[in-house]
Design a binder for this molecule. Structure first.
Ligand SMILES: Cc1cc2nc3c(=O)[nH]c(=O)nc-3n(C[C@H](O)[C@H](O)[C@H](O)COP(=O)(O)O)c2cc1C
Length: 163
């Protein structure tokens, strides 16, 4: 998929089919995160790929809006050095756009119970776990025209030269 087309089509997908994501595609998605840019090239991330149903179910209780994780084929926990949220956003975007190449939808998930979530995955104390991304092939209802808010119009967002 063309990059511009992927950016335009990118929407949060929270309903998934039961189809498994092939291992080589899981690898490509993870590798896209590894290849993201970061401040001073610090690469302050490590990723945990989760495909076991039991762990996906447990993770779905770690956020206020995380229930869809239980039905995902894959979740990736973004484990970070503290104070690197902007860098992690870069890795997240790369992974989500890479997934689109394969027709795979995804959604970011804010972790509201970071201590419990870190314990669940065995994450060291000195790392943050603030965001996970769940992935899967979009279920039929995700293919309907969106009733969401969409995006602000261009002129509402963009200024030229000065505010
Ligand atoms: C930092 C961040 C955290 C988010 N956390 C959640 C979340 O916990 N659960 C969820 O279902 N969606 C979450 N989202 C997805 C947003 O709700 C979604 O991208 C936004 O509503 C726009 O939806 P659209 O891309 O489908 O238009 C998050 C997005 C971002 C950027």
């Amino acid at each position: 998929m063309n990059v511009i087309e992927a950016i335009k089509k990118k929407r949060a997908v929270r309903h998934f089919t039961e189809e498994k994501i092939p291992d080589d595609v899981v690898f490509v998605i993870l590798d896209a995160g590894r290849r993201a840019q970061s401040s001073k090239n610090t690469q302050p991330w490590e990723f945990i790929a989760i495909q076991e149903k039991e762990t996906l179910e447990a993770l779905s209780h770690m956020g206020k809006y995380a229930s869809h994780v239980k039905d995902a084929a894959l979740a990736i926990a973004l484990i970070s050095e503290p104070g690197t949220d902007f860098d992690m956003g870069q890795a997240a975007a790369y992974m989500q756009l890479a997934a689109m190449e394969y027709g795979i939808g995804s959604c970011l998930v804010a972790i509201y119970e970071p201590e419990d979530a870190k314990k669940l995955l065995g994450v060291p104390d000195d790392r943050d776990f603030k965001i996970a991304i769940d992935f899967g092939y979009p279920a039929e209802q995700e293919k309907q025209p969106t009733t969401g808010k969409g995006r602000k119009v261009f002129d509402q967002v963009v200024h030229w030269e000065k505010w």
